[in-house]
Design a protein around this ligand. Structure first.
Ligand SMILES: Cc1cc2nc3c(=O)[nH]c(=O)nc-3n(C[C@H](O)[C@H](O)[C@H](O)COP(=O)(O)OP(=O)(O)OC[C@H]3O[C@@H](n4cnc5c(N)ncnc54)[C@H](O)[C@@H]3O)c2cc1C
Length: 247
């Protein structure tokens, strides 16, 4: 899998006065800070991004929709693509199995399997690609021949998303309940953003860490990273009862 950040929002040179040069790398928080400052009739803080960070703390995340990122992604499976496209605020351009020949494409192996299982998967892939090749040779249209390709067929795509969509999708896809492949992909997107904006990358965390002060799991079963919300609440109630008893 390969994930490359190829573009992101940065301010127009005239927005930054004389100290702004075309080759300056801007933190996209700059734009979020500028947009958010209008809400409070305040001066933007382009060093500490105080207003933008305050908005994140209070859940006023719409200001994070002003910063956009575009990624080029190669070598994820069509299974991963199906999960990715459920995020309705992402924009996609995907290699077409109707127009492109998939004969020589390298299938994706699940991240969690060992050598023994990989042998079984490789056999199934060989069989599927052989069927695909024969259908193409027999003159079947690519859009129909693709029906025999598995979920592990690879794909290539471009994704654009604003910071809010990325942060909120990360809450779901960086959770240990999400499949390893899509977790790896979100990890790589986060790593691409981190050098430009440690603030935005820092918000790309699993749901249980979305609020750094109150960390709890909202899933039915916790992976152990943080306690479940109901367990936290149950403990809190018990503590309150104990405190009340003592009074
Ligand atoms: C671990 C895991 C397992 C999953 N298993 C399944 C499964 O078995 N079957 C299955 O079908 N899906 C499954 N999904 C996909 C899941 O149901 C969501 O479709 C996916 O995670 C996208 O999330 P979303 O709909 O919250 O957000 P997005 O589409 O990313 O949208 C972000 C937010 O925008 C708002 N929003 C977007 N569109 C609307 C709308 N039309 N109306 C109102 N509000 C809207 C919501 O607040 C939403 O949370 C799974 C996801 C995960 C992470």
């Amino acid at each position: 899998m390969n994930v490359e950040l190829i573009a992101y929002s940065s301010p127009m040179p005239y927005q930054c006065g004389t100290a702004c040069y075309f080759n300056t790398v801007y933190n996209p928080m700059h734009i979020i800070e500028q947009a958010a400052s209008v809400c409070y009739d305040s001066e933007p803080d382009f060093v500490k991004f105080k207003i933008a960070k305050g908005c994140a703390k209070t859940g006023h995340l719409s200001v994070y929709e002003h910063a956009y990122f575009t990624f080029h992604v190669k070598g994820i499976s069509r299974a991963c693509l199906a999960q990715l496209t459920r995020h309705r605020h992402f924009s996609f351009s995907v290699r077409s199995q109707r127009y492109c020949n998939e004969r020589c494409s390298e299938p994706v192996f699940p991240a969690s399997t060992d050598e023994d299982q990989d042998g079984i998967i490789a056999d199934a892939y060989d069989y599927a690609w052989d069927a695909y090749d024969r259908l193409i040779e027999n003159g079947v249209a690519k859009e129909d021949a693709r029906m025999v390709l598995p979920n592990g067929a690879p794909t290539e795509l471009y994704i654009s998303a604003n910071a809010r969509a990325l942060i909120e999708a990360s809450h779901l896809r960086l959770c240990s309940r999400a499949q390893q492949e899509i977790r790896n992909m979100f990890d790589l997107m986060k790593k691409e953003i981190a050098p430009l904006s440690p603030e935005i990358a820092g918000m790309m965390v699993p749901q249980c860490e979305a609020n750094p002060k109150y960390q709890f799991c909202t899933e039915g079963e916790s992976c152990g990273r943080h306690p479940r919300l109901q367990d936290v609440l149950a403990t809190a109630t018990l503590k309150q009862l104990e405190e009340a008893d003592e009074k």
